[in-house]
Design a protein around this ligand. Structure first.
Ligand SMILES: C[S@@+](CC[C@H](N)C(=O)[O-])C[C@H]1O[C@@H](n2cnc3c(N)ncnc32)[C@H](O)[C@@H]1O
Length: 413
């Protein structure tokens, strides 16, 4: 016998047959109002379960219930335990980076992003492209249920899930399965909702593969001019060709995360037999102080810098978009001085690699202007790699569902 049960509020009760009355009803309403105050739902908050005979065949949540559970679980940022960190680091150290860039296309591999991002919970507050931040969406009682519903609609489904869905009673059409409540699904709901933009970390596997691809076989020294959320630092720990990683980033919170990454993961890596030097500075890449890097000492300068004012990493005055608010001074003072520092510290045949892309906050082509500027600083453009980014459900891009960005590779003349 098929039976659909409806569970209301926080309590799991079969659809009430009799109306509750008097004091009991008032207490129920008080409790419900308390619970609902923050989310102010428009649709009933309920959970449905499907029982056939004695067997529970499905549990589904209304979007409002899913949003409420999601908020009760807390913001879905990564927070790995020491065991999880050790386990992931072990796997990263065993990874084969030699096959990640076939024909100049850097494949998208995100397995180790959580390990890098666990040290940077503030990355979810960054405003990108002037849109709503993921934190703002998470706290929006009206929009979060819609975001979770939309995420469920767009996600890829396994054959088994499709079969299960087609056999469920109609009422389940707008009700969401438990899989929307996993951490990664809740993150994706926040990232993909229209009008909202989250930032992404640089994949440690992509970073490590680029070190592997561009550093000489004997290994070498690299300068990361804008460390960001530690993806390239973790990639440097992972790729055995990196003998020394030097990094800088002026953002106060980000720098704390970089220090934590270094202080926790480097000793772990050393215990696993992997050693390298790590030097990090809370400085802008364009500053005179960066000439403290020894001249003719680096084999590679490799980063993904800010894309002008597209992502507002923090309001610190040292942020490039704050210090150089118009695009001419940003290009000709910030970026030009950074490239001068690269030319200063690179060895004579050293490599400069930069992931940069056109964005709406920059009028004209940031990619073209960057290449022209780098050439004017004495670099020869030798290659352009393609970096595959996240897949957008339903999107048709040059590389299937993947968006992509260039990585310009130059050699110091
Ligand atoms: C590298 S990206 C961060 C996100 C990116 N997806 C990544 O690769 O991790 C941009 C970084 O540039 C940093 N930044 C801003 N102004 C800078 C400056 N003057 N010099 C160097 N880095 C700067 C920001 O603090 C931010 O962490």
């Amino acid at each position: 016998m098929k039976k659909i049960l409806r569970l209301t509020g926080a309590k799991i009760t079969e659809e009430p047959k009799k109306k509750i009355a008097g004091k009991q009803r008032n207490a129920f309403l008080r409790e419900k109002n308390e619970a609902d105050r923050d989310t102010a739902p428009r649709l009933p908050i309920s959970v449905c379960i499907n029982v056939e005979g004695n067997r529970l065949t499905a549990v589904r949540f209304s979007p409002e219930a899913a949003a409420k559970i999601s908020r009760a679980k807390g913001f879905p940022h990564y927070d790995l335990s020491p065991e999880e960190k050790r386990g992931k680091l072990r796997k990263l150290l065993d990874y084969d980076f030699s096959s990640v860039i076939p024909h100049g296309i850097v494949q998208q591999r995100t397995h180790f992003n959580p390990l890098a991002s666990t040290y940077f919970p503030h990355m979810w507050d960054v405003r990108a492209g002037g849109k709503r931040t993921t934190q703002e969406l998470f706290h929006d009682g009206e929009k979060l249920p819609r975001a979770m519903w939309k995420r469920n609609k767009l996600r890829d489904r396994s054959k088994q899930e499709l079969q299960e869905e087609s056999s469920l009673p109609n009422i389940f059409g707008v009700y969401l399965p438990p899989s929307v409540l996993t951490l990664s699904s809740r993150q994706k709901a926040l990232r993909t909702y229209s009008g909202t933009q989250g930032v992404s970390n640089f994949s440690p596997v992509a970073a490590a593969s680029i070190y592997h691809h561009l550093l000489p076989d004997r290994g070498g020294v690299t300068w990361d001019m804008s460390c960001g959320w530690g993806g390239r630092l973790l990639g440097a720990i992972g790729c055995k060709k990196v003998r020394k990683y030097i990094g800088c980033d002026p953002a106060v919170e980000t720098f704390k995360g970089l220090e934590q990454t270094r202080d926790e993961l480097l000793p772990m890596a050393r215990n696993m037999g992997r050693d390298l030097d790590v030097e990090i500075y809370r400085l802008g890449s364009e500053t005179k102080e960066m000439t403290k890097l020894k001249p003719n000492s680096a084999d590679l300068c490799w980063t993904s810098p800010p894309y002008f004012a597209q992502e507002r990493y923090s309001g610190d005055p040292a942020q490039s978009w704050k210090k150089y608010p118009d695009q001419e001074s940003w290009l000709n003072a910030f970026m030009a001085a950074t490239l001068d520092n690269c030319a200063y510290c690179l060895k004579s045949d050293g490599i400069l690699a930069t992931n940069i892309a056109n964005v709406s906050s920059y009028k004209g082509s940031l990619e073209d202007d960057f290449v022209v500027l780098a050439k004017s600083k004495g670099f020869t453009h030798v290659d352009t790699l393609t970096l595959l980014l996240s897949a957008m459900p339903g999107a048709k891009q040059k590389y299937g569902k993947h968006k992509s960005e260039p990585i310009f590779v130059f050699r110091k003349r």
